[in-house]
Design a protein around this ligand. Structure first.
Ligand code: XMP
Length: 555
């Protein structure tokens, strides 16, 4: 769900290293790296990923695995606890995802949420039936007695978020019913002797005010976790793993200036220092001054060995005559790989210690946990960002991948970036497509002239949005330049100029997005600056389409 755009609030930005304020993951930042993990088994619920995130917010490492993950794999990870997620199916439906009874024999606590609870209750001999009315949305929860082990200390009356039709009417033998709700006679159960727990409501959503307390009770009192997982512990752990993986080997990293590749590069540099060389290919399709910022941050501030390639002309040449967005993407992707390959070969030749083409045996990728989950992973399949990342597919280059962010969500990557001292401007940089401004010149060729107009317009937009303190509030804000000119009048002259489209959206994950309600006065300042400062522009329009039905980019 995207955030309501009306709630934009200004946050001032600085050039200082990001402090990580508000980003601290877990309760104790100074704690040592902990191997404690609680696994979430995904039964297909819309909140499954959120459960893992909330567990991490509570300071315990958590990963989401498909519900059919083999027991041996689960056991090998030695989890401190297992959560069974919700899911869309009825436990009585044909093909409903089943419970592997072996999970209950692993000797670690298991907690089912929603479908997960119904599955446990039904499997262990309780009564689950389809109720006449479902229970969707906010509901009143009544905690019985002292709340048992799971709900101890929580208010007897509270609200919670429900989303189910199958309902538990009787707990299984040996279980205690801990709570009921408006439409659920049994809304929470436990069998402390066997370490099995169930809750019908969703503790992971913000509409369950005591949800975090319930999770914390499960994680600490029941699973015995100490909540020591944090950005600091991620850095420590990853540095150790990178050293282990790479040894004395040489590593190459394609740096784009986006937060993922920046944080990945810094982590690897922290681990192995100058064994890392970053390659920054400036394809001339970046935002204004972005290339210089990347170079000065990495080369000058962090002293990371960096090869910066000015390849603007090569890319413009390849873009000649192309109007179709997919053709532009392909041309840019192919050229990127060519440039990257050339640089990798040069590095190999220049390295007397490791002559030959395989001097750099390792390639850093900023793969995130969301990419792993989206590719149906979580089971260790190597995922290379391709569609959305120009630097993603050096297919014929034989590299082993180093993916230090593979287990992290985006906000955790930002926290790690802050921990490593990355400047706030980079930590909070809005996502930017790999093919850059080329796919924002729409309906026509991305010529140098059009790219420059677009870059300048974009710069004005970013400048004003930052000045208004709204940059962080927006998922993305950018301009689009359609290949269209319209009539205008400036001074006494008729003009025939470009239309600039302003696009600003709020979103949590780019899957859905809402158009941002930028203040009218701000929009006016933006439009008048663009028209006054950019001779080629005589009209500015605002895109008020959400996603769906629109997409974020125009292409
Ligand atoms: P759409 O436009 O599909 O975009 O709503 C979702 C997110 O993906 C980004 N995007 C791209 N990123 N190469 C990229 O690296 C691309 O070709 C590309 N197309 C879209 C977009 O900016 C948004 O964050």
């Amino acid at each position: 769900m995207s955030r309501p755009a009306e709630t934009l609030t200004a946050v001032p930005e600085t050039e200082q290293p990001a402090t990580g304020a508000g980003l601290i993951i877990g309760a104790r930042r100074d704690a040592p790296a902990a191997a404690q993990e609680v696994l979430v088994l995904d039964y297909g619920g819309q909140y499954s990923q959120l459960i893992a995130r909330r567990v991490r917010d509570c300071g315990v490492f958590s990963e989401l695995l498909p519900h059919h993950t083999p027991l041996s794999e689960i056991e090998a990870r030695k989890p401190r606890g297992i959560v069974l997620s919700g899911g869309p199916a009825s436990v009585y439906a044909d093909g409903a995802p089943p419970l592997d009874r072996g999970l209950l024999e692993l000797g670690v606590p298991v907690m089912g949420i929603c479908y997960g609870m119904q599955l446990l209750v039904r499997e262990l001999g309780g009564r689950v039936e389809e109720a006449e009315v479902g229970e969707f949305g906010r509901s009143d929860l009544h905690v019985a007695g002292d709340g048992g082990r799971l709900l101890a200390g929580l208010p007897a009356e509270q609200t919670c978020w429900m989303s189910h039709r199958d309902t538990v009417f009787e707990p299984p033998p040996g279980f205690t019913a801990l709570a009921s709700s408006t439409a659920s006679p049994v809304a929470a159960v436990e069998d402390t002797a066997r370490g099995i727990y169930g809750i019908q409501f969703h503790p992971e959503v913000v509409h369950t005010p005591y949800g975090e307390e319930v999770l914390i009770r499960f994680l600490t009192e029941i699973c015995g976790c100490d909540r020591s997982w944090s950005a600091a512990s991620i850095v420590e752990e990853q540095v150790r793993r990178i050293r282990e993986q790479v040894g004395e080997g040489n590593v190459i990293c394609g740096l784009s200036g986006g937060v993922d590749s920046s944080v990945a590069a810094l982590l690897v540099h922290r681990a192995i220092g100058d064994q890392l060389t970053c390659v920054f290919v400036d394809h001339g399709l970046m935002r204004k001054e972005e290339g210089e910022q990347v170079v000065s941050t990495f080369r000058d501030t962090f002293k990371v060995p960096l090869v910066a390639v000015d390849a603007e002309e090569r890319f413009l040449e390849k873009l000649k005559g192309l109007t179709d967005p997919e053709a532009k993407r392909k041309a840019i992707g192919a050229e990127f790989i060519r440039v990257f390959e050339e640089e990798a070969t040069k590095l190999a030749e220049a390295d007397p210690a490791h002559p030959g083409a395989d001097a750099a045996r390792f390639l850093v990728q900023g793969t995130l946990y969301s990419d792993v989950i989206e590719s149906g992973g979580g089971t260790g399949a190597a995922t290379i960002k391709s569609h959305h990342n120009v630097g993603g597919l050096p297919d014929d280059l034989q590299f082993d991948l180093v993916e230090p962010l593979r287990a992290l969500f985006k906000d955790e990557v930002r926290a790690v970036g802050a921990e490593l001292g990355l400047p706030e401007r980079l930590v909070w940089r809005q996502p930017f497509p790999g093919p850059g401004l080329a796919i924002r010149v729409v309906g026509g060729e991305a010529t140098k002239e059009r790219l420059d107009v677009l870059r300048e317009a974009d710069h004005i937009l970013q400048d004003e949005i930052r000045r208004a303190g709204l940059y962080r509030e927006l998922w993305q804000s950018f301009c689009v330049l359609p290949d269209v000119r319209t009539v205008g009048v400036q001074g006494d002259e008729r003009t025939y100029g470009y239309v600039v489209v302003v696009r600003a959206v709020t979103s949590d994950d780019a899957m859905t997005a809402d158009w941002a309600r930028l203040p009218y006065d701000l929009l006016e300042t933006i439009a008048s600056r663009m028209i006054n400062e950019l001779r080629e522009v005589n009209r500015v329009v605002l895109d008020i389409t959400s996603k769906p039905p629109g997409t974020i980019e125009w292409e």
